[in-house]
Design a protein around this ligand. Structure first.
Ligand SMILES: Cc1cc2nc3c(=O)[nH]c(=O)nc-3n(C[C@H](O)[C@H](O)[C@H](O)COP(=O)(O)OP(=O)(O)OC[C@H]3O[C@@H](n4cnc5c(N)ncnc54)[C@H](O)[C@@H]3O)c2cc1C
Length: 576
């Protein structure tokens, strides 16, 4: 009754207001002003075919054979409906249900249909496993291009995709387990049902290493693994203990570190036991996160959970770290993708918005900012795609790239993405601070790639260790840089400084780890841009990143740079 009265009063007030507007010749309230000087949305578009830098990478990194399939994915991801799914999945957050209505433990997380739809697109495109399922030259690079595009539209679903991709080489340390699980992992069908994996058409894998008392220092892990039996070449254990972070808890199984009699070991812990019961993985709560909100990250307790050993007992860290190498590559790809989307949105906005009688893109200080952002994005893209190719090759150079450059690239690109997202957001002015623009989501997403799979300092320390422990690494890197350095004095100076830092005495100085990695990545980026990008891009990159002028913000490119050419190259073209 009260509700009805309120409704009727509101209706009357609205009518009176409209009559007043009409009398004042303003028209009804919805047409009080005409919307002008706002850009159209950047949609629909094809994320591959509209992106010149990405298409070049596709061909250069031997993934040209995948162009048709990636074009289809780029079109799907760039459709208005798919972009909308990203918004919906982040507005309707996952919900933990510990118990059913009768009080039975169920430990299930409910996701919005938009999450399932996005995950389905990613799995159908094979982003979770295609290089393993269908190995061929350029397979990892082709997948990297696919995940780069996925990250631009929705990064939450990238998490289970990345973990599943990384889990495959680790699982192969247990041949019987691999024989059972890999066919499901290789299937390109996303099956969201919470059922034993044996009844499902596809499976996704998560990972749980981090405990409350330590994430970087995994040697502090306390989760206990008690041996049960050997069963037809499979070693079965029961796990008891907690994990402080376990993302995507609705995955079908998890690689988990736990301490058995033989030391820290790696286990596969499925959500369902072999006899079809829910495994005792209690999801305690979901994290209330800064970003990556469509994805659930949980705290869990294992209560004698059924599990199987992967690899040798006591060799858990090397086994699971193999997974981490791929996941670190994915952090770099994901951050490069986020940068790409932020720059595309910024250039698009500035191309339409007029201030002081001129388009923003025609204002010389604005184009300096845009060109600087575009340089960062192109350098990140060229480098991550080159790194992805190293996962397609097996010669000495590729192994050095993987071992040394993976943590280096993860560190630098994930850090740069955070700063770039903030600056790109500002190009949109107030609109950039509003959720509907996607920029706040990109901004919130960027720090996580820097934290998980090894935070910044841990990456830099790992680079120092890798350089020290990989014979031929310094020689190979010097050779890779020498040709480009020969032609560019600025690169010569940085390479000389880097060589000094890589000398054995300096390598031992952990306090300089970040400086060493910065120099390494900038030098490699500059060399790659010299080799593969237009001279305007390579020159501007060296002038702004390798010189002696202090940085600190974007938009500090020195005069004389062809900013227009750099920005034109980075603009997304509307191609379906
Ligand atoms: C959203 C999200 C999801 C996650 N999902 C998962 C998951 O699914 N599975 C999983 O296992 N983990 C997951 N993690 C955990 C993540 O991997 C860890 O948070 C990360 O490895 C850091 O560990 P920590 O939080 O214990 O920090 P700490 O190890 O305490 O580190 C704190 C800081 O100290 C620095 N530091 C540590 N040691 C040194 C040193 N020797 N010298 C200099 N600096 C040092 C680190 O770089 C870091 O900046 C997730 C984290 C987040 C934020």
């Amino acid at each position: 009754m009260i509700g009805e009265r309120c409704h009727s009063a509101l209706h009357t007030a609205y009518n009176i207001y409209n009559i007043m507007c009409r009398n004042a010749e303003l028209g009804p309230c919805s047409a009080m002003y005409e919307v002008t000087n706002q850009p159209p949305p950047l949609e629909p578009y094809n994320l591959l075919q509209s992106d010149r830098v990405l298409r070049e990478a596709l061909l250069r990194e031997h993934a040209g054979w995948a162009e048709d399939e990636l074009t289809t994915l780029g079109k799907t991801l760039g459709e208005t409906e798919t972009i909308q799914l990203g918004f919906e999945a982040n507005r309707n957050l996952p919900l933990l249900r510990n118990f059913d209505r009768y009080g039975h433990r169920i430990d299930e997380v409910e996701f919005h249909p938009a999450w399932h739809a996005l995950l389905s697109i990613a799995v159908k495109a094979g982003l979770h496993s295609s290089p393993w399922a269908e190995p061929r030259q350029g397979a990892h690079a082709a997948r990297a291009i696919g995940t780069y595009m996925l990250a631009q539209i929705e990064s939450g679903v990238y998490c289970p995709i990345a973990m599943t991709y990384g889990a495959v080489p680790a699982l192969r340390h247990a041949p019987a387990l691999a024989a059972e699980w890999l066919p499901r992992i290789f299937a390109r069908q996303y099956d969201p049902r919470f059922r034993p994996a044996t009844e499902k058409t596809g499976a996704l894998i998560g990972m749980a290493m981090t405990e409350n008392q330590g994430g970087s220092d995994l040697r502090t892990n306390t989760t206990r693994a008690d041996f049960i039996e050997d069963n037809a070449s499979r070693r079965l254990f029961r796990l008891s203990g907690h994990k402080w972070f376990m993302s995507a808890p609705m995955c079908d199984a998890f690689l988990v570190l736990a301490r058995s009699q033989g030391g820290l070991s790696c286990f596969l812990v499925p959500r369902w036991t072999r006899d079809g019961k829910r495994n005792t993985i209690h999801i305690e709560r979901l994290k209330d996160k800064l970003g990556n909100r469509s994805n659930a990250s949980s705290e869990v307790e294992f209560v004698e959970a059924e599990s199987e050993l992967i690899g040798e007992e006591g060799r858990g860290i090397p086994t699971i770290i193999e997974m981490s190498a791929y996941a670190r590559l994915d952090c770099a790809i994901g951050s490069s993708g986020l940068m790409r989307q932020a720059v595309a949105q910024a250039i698009h906005h500035a191309s339409h918005r007029i201030a002081f009688q001129k388009r923003l893109i025609d204002q010389s200080l604005m184009i300096n900012v845009l060109a600087d952002l575009a340089l960062e994005s192109e350098a990140a893209t060229v480098l991550t795609m080159r790194l992805a190719r190293a996962y397609d090759e097996n010669d000495e150079a590729a192994l050095i790239w993987r071992r040394v450059l993976t943590p280096a690239v993860k560190f630098w690109i994930c850090k740069r993405a955070i700063a770039l997202a903030a600056e790109a957001l500002e190009v949109l002015g107030g609109n950039g601070y509003v959720e509907e623009s996607v920029m706040p989501r990109i901004f919130r997403e960027t720090p996580v790639n820097s934290i998980w799979e090894g935070s910044g300092n841990i990456m830099c320390l790992d680079v120092l260790r890798a350089i020290e422990g990989t014979s031929g690494a310094v020689d190979l890197l010097s050779r890779e840089l020498a040709e480009a350095a020969h032609a560019d004095k600025r690169l010569r100076i940085v390479t000389a400084r880097l060589n000094g830092r890589l000398a054995p005495v300096e390598q031992n100085d952990e306090s300089q780890g970040r400086a060493t990695v910065r120099d390494l990545v900038l030098a490699v980026q500059a060399a790659l841009l010299h080799r593969h990008s237009p001279a305007a891009v390579a020159d501007a990159f060296c002038a702004s990143r390798l010189g002696s002028e202090p940085g600190g913000a974007f938009g500090l490119l020195p005069s004389g740079i062809n900013c227009r050419a750099i920005v034109d190259r980075a603009a997304m073209r509307h191609v379906d």
